[in-house]
Design a binder for this molecule. Structure first.
Ligand SMILES: *Cc1c(COP(=O)(O)O)cnc(C)c1O
Length: 432
């Protein structure tokens, strides 16, 4: 496999964009490689500028679920474009999408569309602060909610309970209003709440996808809901990944939780830029122009994104592919673990419907602490070997792999064969 044209493009890109990319992880730095450049995509595959084909487990970070360039979605998007690409005015499709989202998520009585997941979480946080009159927020270590200031915060060291900036340019004065708790450890939330009366909300990925896939422990989300309710703190579910991936209606449907606010994105735009936040009417009515919490967007509710999203969600509702996607992930996970064991590769797989992560580690991954102990160097080798096999996993060890409806038994079979060849070489190297 040669990647000459990609290498040339990357050289050009490096002069023109920071690290040559428009989003950091695309630079392949965590896997000591340089990126390939995509010419086009179809179904479960990406085709690069050098003529290489990759079976795609990134799927635009989960935004693609029907498969790339799905025929029906392409037709709908083309029709939408022909009707005008943006109006800056109301249109019927946004009403339809709002209705669809509210029907799918009973916890939401009203919803507003944005252009990205970052905008959705940023707006939900502002709304929670505005509606409660409190400034503090709680997030979980390792959860990612986009790149808004209040959310680019990490735990302070030692006895400091408040957060410190996780990016240059985030004011420490703002970061100290963000408290960082441990996913799957309710006590960590309780101890923050006990010491701080100024908490507006808790925001959580109900199934973690951004530290690799980490499932909530039995009862964790329900207890979190109860804790929030008792303390008068709003609970925000960030379902930007899980929304229509783990089932129609998201993780909140699976776990029977009724969050105050929900954030959506990725899948709901059918591969176009979109986000959404919604929740109880009494809270949502604080949003301008009804209420005092300002939020807006020139391209919000963009007709092309909305019509593509309506199409994608319509297909998911009609086809109900979730059971099949769950079984595929379970089957792949079982086979891969068996291969790893046979070749003495310390490996664990965490899976949810339509998404999974393999960790190079010899113990179960149940929280941030255990995930962060997973091997980075072995992952980097694994990534490069898989790419040579024509399989594209995320260029970072702490990400999810995503299935589309076009990941059929054939693709799963190819993946398993590639694991066999790659892990065999892993085992051989360790013996030397
Ligand atoms: C991707 C993601 C976001 C941010 O969405 P963007 O569209 O990239 O701004 C927020 N939350 C979660 C859980 C995500 O995975």
């Amino acid at each position: 496999m040669t990647r000459e044209k990609s290498a040339h493009l990357y050289e050009e890109a490096l002069k023109l964009m920071p690290a040559g990319v428009n989003s950091p992880v695309r630079a392949f730095r965590a896997v000591n490689d340089i990126p390939f450049f995509v010419q086009r995509a179809k179904g479960a595959y990406l085709f690069d500028v050098d003529g290489n084909t990759y079976l795609d487990y990134v799927a635009s970070w989960g935004a693609i679920i029907l498969g790339h360039a799905h025929d029906g979605l392409v037709r709908e998007a083309q029709a939408a474009v022909a009707d005008g690409t943006s109006y800056g005015a109301c249109h019927p499709y946004e009403v339809k999408l709002a209705q669809l989202l509210i029907d799918a998520f009973p916890s939401m009585e009203k919803v507003r569309l944005t252009s990205s997941g970052t905008e959705a979480t940023m707006s939900a946080i502002r709304l929670a602060r505005g509606a409660t009159g409190k400034d503090g927020i709680i997030k979980f270590r390792g959860c990612y909610h986009g790149h808004a200031d209040s959310l680019l915060v990490k735990a302070g060291s030692g006895l400091e309970t408040y957060g410190i900036p996780d990016s240059a340019g985030v004011p420490a004065d703002l970061a100290r209003h963000t408290f960082v708790a441990e996913f799957n450890h309710l006590d960590s939330v309780r101890s923050i709440i006990d010491r701080n009366k100024d908490i507006a909300c808790v925001i959580v990925e109900p199934i973690m996808g951004n530290m690799g896939v980490i499932l909530p422990r039995e009862g964790f989300l329900k207890s979190l809901e109860e804790l929030c309710k008792t303390a008068g703190i709003l609970l925000i579910f960030d379902e930007v990944i899980t929304g229509f991936r783990v089932t129609y209606g998201g993780a909140q449907h699976l776990y029977g939780v009724d969050p105050d606010l929900t954030c959506l994105g990725k899948i709901i735009g059918g591969g176009f830029p979109i986000g959404a936040f919604g929740g109880k009417a009494v809270i949502m009515d604080h949003v301008a122009p009804l209420g005092a919490v300002y939020q807006a967007g020139t391209l919000s509710g963009n007709p092309v994104a909305v019509r593509a999203g309506l199409y994608a969600l319509g297909q998911l509702k009609a086809e109900n592919p979730y059971r099949a996607m769950k079984e595929k992930v379970e089957y792949l996970g079982r086979e891969v673990l068996e291969i790893a064991a046979r070749h003495n590769v310390a490996y664990r797989v965490n899976g949810a419907t339509g998404m999974f992560t393999g960790f190079f580690i010899d113990k179960d991954v149940t929280d941030y602490e255990s995930a962060s102990q997973a091997g980075r160097e072995p992952y980097a080798r694994f990534f490069r070997m898989m790419l040579e096999e024509g399989i594209f996993f995320a260029p970072s060890p702490f990400e999810a792999a995503f299935l589309t409806l076009d990941h059929t038994e054939l693709e799963i079979g190819k993946t398993i064969s590639a694991f066999e060849r790659v892990f065999r070489r892993f085992g051989a190297r360790d013996e030397r």
